[in-house]
Design a protein around this ligand. Structure first.
Ligand code: ZN
Length: 84
């Protein structure tokens, strides 16, 4: 479950770029550590979402997320990490 703010923007990205799928949202600190997330990851604060698709879909998601005020928007290769 994401914060309402992050949720709203994640939906805008998903609506605008068909084909992306959500691969991670909220993580408990323990889960975050198991998957190798950085300790202060915004996933543990309900602010980050990972979206996977083709590289170009992920790139488009990063650009749109930045326009939507994302504080983190990174194409990680196998997913785009976006946070608000
Ligand atoms: Zn992420």
């Amino acid at each position: 479950m994401l914060s309402r703010h992050a949720h709203r923007h994640a939906h805008q990205v998903l609506r605008s770029i068909p084909g992306l799928r959500v691969t991670s949202t909220y993580r408990t600190p323990a889960h975050n550590a198991r998957v190798g997330g950085v300790p202060a990851s915004l996933h543990t604060r309900r602010r980050a979402v990972d979206l996977a698709g083709t590289f170009s879909q992920q790139h488009a998601a990063v650009l749109l997320a930045r326009r939507l005020g994302a504080v983190e928007a990174i194409n990680e290769g196998d997913h785009a990490h976006l946070a608000w």
